[in-house]
Structure formats: C-alpha cells, structure tokens
Design a protein around this ligand. Structure first.
Ligand SMILES: Cc1ncc(C[n+]2csc(CCOP(=O)(O)OP(=O)(O)O)c2C)c(N)n1
Ligand SMILES: [Mg+2]
Length: 280
C-alpha cells in the first residue's frame, strides 16, 4: 500500500475509535439510545465524512452545492451526532446532552433543530425516498451534488424503500448511493429469520442499480466502494455493507438480538471503552 494511503487509513482508524467512544459514552450517560445500531456503521460514516468523499461545510450547512448525507435508520442518531461533532457542526461536549429535555440532540435526528441533519428520520423506510428527491432536484437544478443514504437491513422490509429503489433505477439517478448497513439483525431478531433480504445485490441490480457487496468494517473496502460509486454513470449505486451489530464491544456483539436500543450499563462502560481502544 502506498505510504500516503496507509497514513490516511491510520487517520481514519483513529477516528473510528473516537467515534465509537463518543457513541458509547453518550448513550450510557443518557441511559437510553441505540449504541449497537450506531456502532455497525462507524467505518461507513467515517469514510464518508473524513475520507474526502462527502462535500460539506459546517460553516455553511445550507450551501446548495453540498452533498447530502441522510441517515434513514434514524435510531442510529448517536452515531450521526458523534460524526457531526467530529466534523465541527457543534462542540463534542454537547454529545453529553443526548436525549436530554431541550437538547437538539434528540433520540432521532431533527433537521429543524440541528445543522448537518439533512432529514428528520426515525420512522423507518422514508430516507431513501427523501434522497431520491434531493438527487432529482440536483439534476433539475444542474448541480453536481451527490446524495448518500444509509438504510438498515431490517428497515429494508419497508415497502416504501422499494418504491424509491424502483424510481431511482427507472430514472437513472446516478448521483444517488444507497448504503445498506447489513448487520443481520433488526429490533427483535435476525433479519434472515424475520424477512430475508438476500440476495440483495441481485435485487438492486434487477431494479437497474449498480451494486456491490463489501465488508463494512474494512476501511480499505469502504474507501474503494466510495471511489467506485463516483465512477458509475447512468445508474444509482448500492453498497451492501456486511457489518456486525455492536461492532467493537464484545458484550453487544455476543447477543445482537438482545441489545437493540439498549445502552451499555455504567458498570460495563470501562471495559467497552478498553475494547474499543478509545483514546483518552
Ligand atoms: C416504521 C417503523 N416501524 C418500526 C420502528 C421501530 N424500530 C426502530 S429500530 C427497528 C429495527 C431496525 O432494524 P435495522 O433496520 O436492521 O437497523 P439496525 O438497528 O440493525 O441498524 C425498529 C423495528 C420504526 N422506527 N419505524
Ligand atoms: Mg439491522
């Protein structure tokens, strides 16, 4: 690997540790929230925001030429907030106000209260449709903005998602990327037991998308996938990211079906942070 790329990868890896720490600390302090759903998408978000993929400016959050990032699985808000803080949208200390009365860091993202949040999400199934709207608007306005949407695999059972997939394919929205956080679990159990999705790559391809499957925790594979999407013309792109729900914390990884929407208990926090390799 060339030296510059190795250094970039090390920088991103360090950021993934910081973001994982912030997710754990904020949700444990709040006593509620969705750490496991946030931890599975850390490499995806880190690469997008800090790997030179997404074009954004915290000083000008409404810049019409910005790219859009939409977290369709809005319950993973602690992951989004940790990334937005790191990106400079607000001070990192504010993460400690997560889910507190009056805080703009609500349990689910609220676009009217927090700059950097592009869509108010949490009612699953809607984010890709919003992304389609942004992608189409950019095309009509003649702007080269790109739109990235993260959806969950349990969320992918929602019919509205497939309407958006069909529309984007039919209209060749090549400025739209859907990233599926395929962590294998939804709220009450395994996706494969409740509403199997696979073969997901072929499903997206059948709807006219370019699709590829990656290891969503390999920064190299994630970075390559974001390079790949920007080279595709005439079709929207799907990145099917195989991930682990609760990635980085053995307590959560050991029983993902049991930890949805539950914070790490205070007495387990120190061990979790040690496993993450969290910087002080
Ligand atoms: C329309 C709708 N139905 C149900 C819920 C409740 N709910 C919140 S998270 C969740 C599971 C989501 O699973 P998945 O999309 O796989 O996300 P993960 O947490 O695994 O990343 C459910 C059913 C919701 N938020 N919205
Ligand atoms: Mg899931």
């Amino acid at each position: 690997m060339p030296q510059a790329r190795a250094e970039e990868r090390d920088k991103l890896e360090e950021l993934t540790r910081r973001i994982r720490r912030d997710i754990v600390v904020a949700t444990t302090a709040a006593g509620s929230g969705h750490p496991s759903s946030s931890l599975s998408m850390v490499e995806l978000c880190t690469s997008l925001f800090f790997g030179g993929v997404l074009r954004y400016d915290p000083a000008n959050p409404q810049d019409p030429d910005r790219d859009r990032f939409i977290l369709s699985k809005g319950h993973a808000a602690p992951g989004l907030y940790s990334v937005l803080a790191e990106a400079g949208y607000f001070p990192t200390e504010n993460l400690q106000t997560l889910r507190k009365i009056g805080s703009p860091l609500e349990g689910h993202p609220n676009m009217n209260r927090l700059p950097g949040v592009e869509a108010s999400t949490g009612s699953l199934g809607q984010g890709l449709s919003i992304g389609v709207g942004h992608a189409l608007a950019a095309r009509l306005d003649g702007r080269d903005s790109r739109v990235y949407v993260i959806v969950g695999d349990g969320e992918s059972g929602e019919g509205q998602l497939w309407e958006a997939v069909m529309y984007a394919g039919n209209h060749g929205l090549d400025n739209l990327t859907c990233i599926v956080d395929h962590n294998g679990y939804q709220q009450t159990g395994a996706v494969a037991d409740i509403q199997p999705l696979d073969p997901l790559t072929q499903k997206y391809e059948a709807f006219g998308w370019a699709a590829r499957e990656i290891d969503g925790h390999s920064l190299d594979e994630v970075t390559d996938a974001f390079d790949w999407v920007r080279g595709i013309e005439g079709r929207p792109q799907a990145i099917i990211a195989r991930t682990v729900k609760g990635k980085g914390v053995s307590l959560l990884e050991a029983d993902p079906g049991n930890w949805h929407g539950k914070p790490i208990p205070p007495e387990e926090e120190a061990k979790a942070l040690e496993e993450i390799g969290a910087p002080a």
